[in-house]
Ligand binder design. Structure first.
Ligand code: UD1
Length: 460
């Protein structure tokens, strides 16, 4: 295929003629076959920010085809980075990155773009990044990122919604520091780890996030010559080096996409297989699936199969890795809706991440919210209804519920789905699901609207 420069559209699911896309899902179709899992969105986003550290060319492989990735490309371009994409390979030349500011409209739609502050500051000694926005997502603070950078010798001030950072005292490099994170934030760990790669001296990050995407980012930085130990544990040690070099790096498979397809098989009572996937990354997801009933078998080291079984209620609490991922909470809620008995799902990572409850209830689920808990009373069946996706993973959960429902489900708010799932509908269709994306007039769309108020723009 011909090389092509990236000219992504920022079209938010609506066109100039005021049409929007909706997804019709006809339930109760059996699934079978195999699905190919794409590269991990959250790894790819952090690693793309990480290329800002490098004054030479970087080649990234296994980049998923997603709106979030296109937005990140646009943000990097606004900072002076040159990009070329061919299939799932992204060539990145950040040699002439400048200290221009990433546009607010883009940063506000992609929280991960804030992670660029660490590499920019480390490489240029100065960075200006708008605060990631979104009143619908609660506070979503970046205090841990900021406090860590300050500990490494940065002056940070926030003016008119923009974070201005520069290395203190006329120095050119950040200083290594001992940093304890009050919470093992994925983004803060990534920001500070990237910043520390080019700092003077050793940085120790304690209570660091242990997510596989943090490890992937560390491996990427190491491949560029960074000295990082301990990624994947709660203490990461980084010895700063003066300069990093060019790299050719392959992103790990997306554990959340893999988990979503395991739930697809379980909820559609169908046996399907998937690869590539790293079983260790899916330990909490597979353990919960087995507790609920479905079996997951390993056909080979990176290929697994879900075998459907009757569904039993269980309790789930989202936690930082290696706990159960918040990014799988909505999909498991859809599954537990149809389990025998009562389940309690506790969301501890994000406030405001239970908005899909109202939508699942529209389909006949019996779920009540009490604080951070959703109490799911299993029902024998659900039925298709118009529903509104309220964030990325909720959108997948509603499609999954649609696969199991009687009749047709209409899922709106597809810009959430397009943010983070590479070819979701096509992959499901290849497995035998019956779904169709259609454009409708915005008015018509409103008339099939559910009563959901705000939706969440940047939850991962
Ligand atoms: C990343 C993932 C997202 C996933 C989340 C948790 C990316 C691009 N996104 O998001 O898909 O759901 O991890 O696994 O990788 N917090 C603070 N102060 C901070 C930073 C975070 O209080 O400075 C809080 C957040 O508000 C939230 C919690 O910490 O309540 C977890 O956030 P964090 O781990 O930082 O998530 P993200 O990196 O934004």
């Amino acid at each position: 295929m011909e090389d092509k420069a990236i000219t992504p559209s920022l079209n938010n699911n609506s066109t100039q003629t005021d049409t929007v896309s909706i997804l019709k899902v006809w339930g109760k179709q059996p699934l079978q076959g195999h699905v190919r899992i794409s590269g991990a969105k959250n790894s790819a986003l952090a690693i793309m920010a990480g290329t800002l550290l490098c004054p030479q060319d970087c080649r990234l492989r296994n980049i998923p085809d997603l709106m979030d990735i296109k937005r990140m490309c646009q943000i990097l371009e606004a900072l002076g980075v040159k990009l070329q994409r061919q299939d799932d390979i992204l060539e990145i030349d950040a040699s002439s990155v400048g200290c221009s500011q990433a546009p607010y409209e883009l940063v506000s739609q992609l929280r991960a773009s804030f992670f660029a502050i660490g590499p920019l500051l480390a490489r240029l000694g100065i960075a200006r990044v708008p605060l990631p926005g979104g009143c619908a997502i609660g506070a979503r603070p970046v205090d841990l990122h900021v406090r860590g950078l300050q500990a490494m010798g940065a002056n940070v001030r926030i003016e008119h919604g923009i974070v201005h950072a520069n290395v203190k005292g006329g120095r050119s490099r950040l200083q290594g520091a001992s940093i304890y994170l009050d919470y093992p934030s994925v983004g803060a760990t990534e920001t500070l780890m990237m910043a520390a790669t080019l700092a003077e001296g050793e940085t120790i990050l304690e209570n660091a996030a242990q997510e596989p995407e943090v490890v992937d980012l560390a491996n990427f930085c190491r491949a560029m010559g960074a000295k990082i130990r301990g990624a994947g544990t709660n203490t990461i040690m980084i010895d700063g080096v003066p300069r990093l070099h060019s790299v050719d790096y392959t992103i790990v498979p997306d554990r959340i996409e893999a988990g979503t397809f395991l739930v697809a098989g379980a909820i559609a009572q169908s046996e399907i297989s998937l690869s590539p996937a790293i079983p260790d990354h899916l330990t909490p997801v597979i353990a919960k699936l087995r507790e609920i009933g479905p079996e997951v078998v390993m056909d080979s080291p990176n290929r697994m199969r879900v075998i459907p079984r009757p569904l039993q209620a269980t309790d789930i609490k989202t936690l930082p890795y290696p706990g159960f991922p918040t990014d799988m909470q909505a999909q498991f809620m859809a599954l537990l809706t149809l389990a025998e008995g009562n389940s309690i799902i506790t969301e501890t990572v994000f406030e405001n991440r239970l908005r899909h409850v109202a939508e699942l209830n529209r389909m006949g689920a019996d779920i009540r919210i009490k604080g951070q808990n959703a109490i799911v009373r299993g029902v024998p069946m659900i039925s298709g209804a118009p529903v509104m996706a309220t964030d990325l993973r909720a959108s997948a959960a509603l499609v999954l519920a649609g696969l199991a429902a009687d009749g047709m489900t209409i899922v709106k708010g597809l810009h959430h789905l397009d943010r983070g799932y590479d070819g979701f509908e096509n992959k499901l269709r290849q497995l035998g699901a019956r779904l169709e994306r259609v454009s409708v007039q915005a008015d018509e769309n409103n008339s099939i609207s559910s009563n959901s108020a705000q939706t969440i723009t940047s939850l991962g």
